[in-house]
Write a protein that binds this ligand. Sequence first.
Ligand code: UD1
Length: 430
Amino acid sequence: MDRIAITGGARLQGEIPISGAKNSAIKLMAASLLTEEPLRLTNMPRLADTRFLGKLLQRLGTEVVESDGEDGPETLLRTREIVSAIAPYDLVRQMRASFNVLGPLIARTGQAKVSLPGGCTIGARPVDLHLQALEALGARIDLHEGYVYAQAPRGLQGARIEFPFNSVGATEHAMLAAVLAQGETEIANAAREPEMVDLADCLNEMGAKITGAGTSTIHIRGVARLHGATHAVMPDRIETGTYAVAAAMAGGEVRLTRTRVDFIQALVDKMAEAGVEVTPHNDGLTIRRDGAKLQAVEIDTAPYPGFATDLQAQFMALMTLADGESVIRETIFENRFMHAPELKRLGADIMVSGGEARVRGVETLEGAQVMATDLRASVSLVIAGLAARGETMVNRVYHLDRGFERLEEKLSACGAQIRRISGEGETEDE
Ligand code: UD1
């Protein structure tokens, strides 16, 4: 298995173009199941997760063609017919978001059999809200032997779906299913992440009638069929925030392009409070930090527009070198501090108790062998390595490859001493 070696201490200087958003791209790909016409997605990230989903979609009957368009990577998806409405365990297990094919399969064919995603390293992550939404739309759901069997022989019916709390995946799933339902659907207490807007925009370009995405109430007027479209995937806000924190950690000046600063406003506010200079521009933002010490600040993760849970690990890495004590509260997922013991191996002073971590800033971090445990945790170790004395070796980087496109290339173009060491033979399941 590949590893990543980082020699800390180099300041970063340069420009990093941000890729299309992984979390949006995989839901947009699933939307291609809803029409027999082609869906062309531009600004596509090329990641292990998009490849996984491509494989699953091909199994269901989608032609998937990747190419390099004028404006970067593109994927053309076309599902002339669903050849199988079964999403098997071995594919859903590899990526939880594959579960989101369930709604489109029922909407298009009236039935589906999709594996439950199973456990996950960042907590239980059930799918009860997804299933409640589909049931509200009239699907009959049965669970047997780890599979969801869903049926809606007379099609889905519009309904009022009220979520007890915000769920990104369940809101997207409800939208993906309701666009072809008969009648009106209202999703109350919907997630408000920018990915909701991206998905609704794409579905509307395909002929859907969705309003209110990005607010807590989404209205959908069902249509009989959808058609093809071309849609540009939104910029990855988590990649944007990750490189912003990396630049702050290493020091120097980095311009992040092809992205939007408003997507990471909560992070930008906290970085400014910590003493990092952030300058927005038309195409993104510039991060600058000279030698001055960072100040410890507190964060609580929260649904958008709050501080993203997917940036919590990276921010914790930054706080390991701040002046004073930072309190970091994780409110979205239980068990999302697996990076803390690894950061401690680099010399960080962190105490975790329940959903709260107290990070006391230290003078220096020192390179060591560390292990990636999930996608965002692993990138926090890379960030820490950028500022640690000596060499940090991040093992198990397949997690990084799921969500960060050409990470070592993007960072080394700005002067980071980072390289990939190819491993052979070993593979590991998630
Ligand atoms: C998505 C993102 C993930 C991000 C998360 C929160 C993708 C592929 N992943 O994950 O990177 O960290 O949003 O911003 O887009 N829950 C239930 N029942 C359900 C669904 C969720 O209890 O049926 C709980 C979860 O366990 C969690 C909370 O709701 O505690 C929020 O999860 P959710 O917003 O659904 O996250 P995902 O869509 O899985």
